[in-house]
Design a protein around this ligand. Structure first.
Ligand code: CP
Length: 314
């Protein structure tokens, strides 16, 4: 007997926890949600009576704002907590902060933290649905999903497409979530960047080709995704200088010409324009960087809808 697919009550910690069918359900739901985002009046009552807290220990523009808007468009009450303006500055621990939020009866906590595994820890100690909005270099599942959504929307399919991922994979939770999601959905992954920024696991994974030259990764690609150089997570010495990085690894118009002529360019943001991506490519006709942001709202609405509609069943 077939079981209806449901994500009700599921924590969203990493894409490795989701099957291809579940990712397909999220992408299809996001398509419905995008119709709402495009309306003049965006509010629907789907999550009226539900409450969501965003708990951010690291800075964010796109992720926090789009989760907040996603919750509000669905009619939920959304409250934002950032580490600098809460009792975290008085030394309150993560565990006590989570207990405090749980005690107020919230249905979901969207959490960003510098420690890998922080979201999984939260899911193990409190009952609200936990949505990982980035934990160190480990995972950023909603970014991985919005990238898949943007690729499919532009290319009409996912399976069999060639994706080039360029740059600082070592520090990138986005790259890890991309790789997990893209492999499940049948994309062919090519990676290039400075060797010290390419973690060992890439060389051992089936379905990933690692190149020394970015030109080789980009050749005939359908999608070119550029990663941010995460200077804040580096102790230094992993590449000579940002100028050298731009010269050898940066995505320029010249390099982009090696991709398929209809290829799209992605970047999770925020961008270091002039370093990993040139100014002209960032605003190029093939760039879908602003679309990624727009799609992020629809994808996050889909996650809330699927995980919270009909009550908590943990
Ligand atoms: N892509 C991303 O996570 O951006 P923010 O840091 O602005 O949320």
């Amino acid at each position: 007997m077939s079981r209806e697919l449901s994500l009700k009550g599921r924590d969203i910690l990493a894409l490795e926890d989701f099957s291809a069918e579940e990712i397909r359900l999220i992408l299809n739901t996001a398509k419905e949600m995008k119709n709402i985002v495009g309306r003049d009046i965006k509010k629907v009552p789907a999550l009226r009576g539900k409450s969501i807290v965003t708990l951010f220990y690291e800075p964010s523009t796109r992720t926090r704002t789009s989760f907040e808007l996603a919750g509000k468009y669905l009619g939920a009450d959304v409250v934002n907590i950032t580490s600098g303006t809460s009792s975290i500055v008085k030394g309150e621990s993560l565990r006590d902060t989570l207990y405090t939020i749980e005690a107020m009866g919230v249905d979901a906590i969207v959490m960003r933290h510098k420690a890998e595994g922080a979201a999984a820890y939260a899911a193990s100690v409190v009952s609200p649905v936990i949505v990982n909005a980035g934990d160190g270099a480990h995972a950023h599942p909603s970014q991985g999903l919005l990238n898949l959504y943007t690729i499919e929307e532009n290319m009409g399919k996912l399976e069999g497409l060639k994706v080039a991922i360029l740059g600082d994979v070592l520090h990138s939770r986005v790259a890890r979530s991309d790789i997990q999601g893209m492999r499940k959905m049948g994309l062919e992954i090519h990676i290039a960047g400075p060797r010290p920024l390419l973690p060992r696991f890439l060389h051992e994974e089936e379905g990933i080709t690692v190149h020394d030259r970015v030109e080789d990764a980009i050749e005939d690609a359908d999608v070119v995704e550029v990663l941010r150089i995460q200077l804040e997570r580096m102790k230094g010495g992993l590449f000579p200088s940002t100028r050298e990085y731009a010269r050898i690894y940066g995505l320029s118009e010249e390099r982009l010409k090696r991709a398929n002529k209809n290829a799209i360019v992605l970047h999770p943001g925020p961008m270091n324009r002039g370093w990993e991506i040139s100014e002209s490519v960032a605003y190029h006709v093939q760039s879908r960087i602003q679309e990624e942001v727009k799609n992020g709202v629809a994808v996050r609405m889909a996650l809330f809808t699927l995980a919270l509609m009909g009550g908590k069943h943990k």
